[in-house]
Design a protein. Structure first.
Length: 364
């Protein structure tokens, strides 16, 4: 864990202590690759990139501990050198993304439905809270998680609870075999097929449907992958073409997201819909890309925000505004009980409201 006499850590502690005393808001930032996500950042910049480096890595134990300012690309390269990976495929969106930002954003890539989310791999964390106290939660093994699982609570908090100084993460070996299949079918057919296949013992790792084409990624033991290819059929895509597709989907620089970015520049919004995977097509105007077996659907649309949110709520899910005009709010409104919990957590960790004010919700 971070040493208390570390100059980079001491600089952060002093900045927070001063901000608390003067009620000065701070905007935590690393590489800035996810600055667009959430409500508009506010406060004086608090750059954490000086607190960088892999603190410990035990490949045989499948655990790595890294400081918040460590470039995500650097961490993944170190893991790849040992044949291991972050299986939830955290998106980078742009160069410079950091480990702290990865956890704070809580975003996962194409394999999330099969392997779990960022929070499922966080074993422990060191946090600098709004009182300028350095707190440690969890550990480096799963059995150390007891009581309130604060380290996982930090995933997706967007820095509103404190500065994530360091995290311990579970990692996994790279799968021995991977294959990608392509099918032609409409949205409704894709939803039915994905849910049918999801209930069978198949090595499904990721899926993506867009514009009449369903793409499926298989991962696991070679025998299991080959058996699934024979069972499912479809068109087998060469690895040289499949790998860039999945990387583009992960980092949002593939064709769909390129078109969405252009549309957002023209006044549309990019929505991230979280829905039960069996949800039939919502029939909303715009262009749709579906992932996670139907549970995550990206919608680029000029439709009113209320229409999109109401449709998602009727289906038992919610809609998050990912890119575009944020005047209607980024995240789905909280119920009264959840809002009380959010306020209590913010008061406990950051009573002076120093960190990333309003980044999750304008009034929190």
């Amino acid at each position: 864990m971070s040493r208390s006499d570390d100059p980079a850590l001491q600089t952060l502690v002093e900045r927070v202590r001063h901000a608390q005393a003067h009620r000065t808001p701070l905007c935590i930032q690393g590489g800035g690759s996810k600055r667009f996500y959430g409500e508009a950042p506010a406060g004086e910049p608090l750059d954490v990139r000086a607190l960088a480096g892999i603190s410990s890595y035990e490949p045989t134990e499948l655990v790595v501990t890294a400081r918040c300012g460590t470039p995500l690309a650097e961490l993944e390269a170190a893991l790849a050198g040992k044949g291991q990976c972050l299986p939830f495929e955290p998106p980078r969106f742009a160069p410079g993304g950091t480990v702290g930002g990865m956890v704070a954003a809580g975003l996962s890539g194409p394999s999330r439905a099969a392997v779990g989310a960022v929070r499922d791999y966080v074993l422990g964390a060191t946090l600098l809270n709004g009182r300028a106290e350095v707190l440690r939660f969890g550990g480096q093994v799963m059995k150390n998680v007891a009581g309130y699982d604060v380290s996982r609570l930090l995933a997706g908090s967007l820095g509103t609870l404190g500065v994530i100084l360091e995290v311990s993460l579970k990692v996994l070996p790279v799968a021995p075999a991977t294959a990608t299949l392509r099918f032609s079918m409409d949205e409704a057919q894709a939803i039915r097929r994905l849910n049918e296949w999801g209930g069978r013992p198949l090595p499904l790792n990721a899926s993506a449907w867009w514009d009449g084409t369903l793409v499926l990624r298989l991962r696991g033991a070679l025998a299991a992958v080959n058996a699934a290819i024979d069972t499912l059929g479809g068109e087998l895509i060469e690895p040289a073409h499949a790998a860039p597709f999945w990387e583009g989907l992960r980092h949002h620089d593939d064709e769909f997201f390129a078109k969405a970015t252009a549309a957002v520049d023209g006044g549309a919004r990019l929505w991230r819909l979280s829905l039960p995977p069996t949800t039939p097509p919502l029939g909303l105007p715009g262009e749709l890309l579906m992932e996670w077996g139907g549970a995550q659907r990206w919608l680029c649309s000029a439709a009113p925000a209320a229409l999109v949110r109401e449709a998602a709520a009727r289906a038992g899910g919610h809609a998050t505004l990912f890119r575009g005009d944020k005047s209607a709010g980024v995240f789905a409104p909280l119920s009264a009980p959840l809002e009380r919990i959010h306020r209590a957590l913010k008061q406990s960790f950051d009573p002076a409201g120093v960190f990333n004010p309003g980044r999750l919700y304008p009034n929190l």
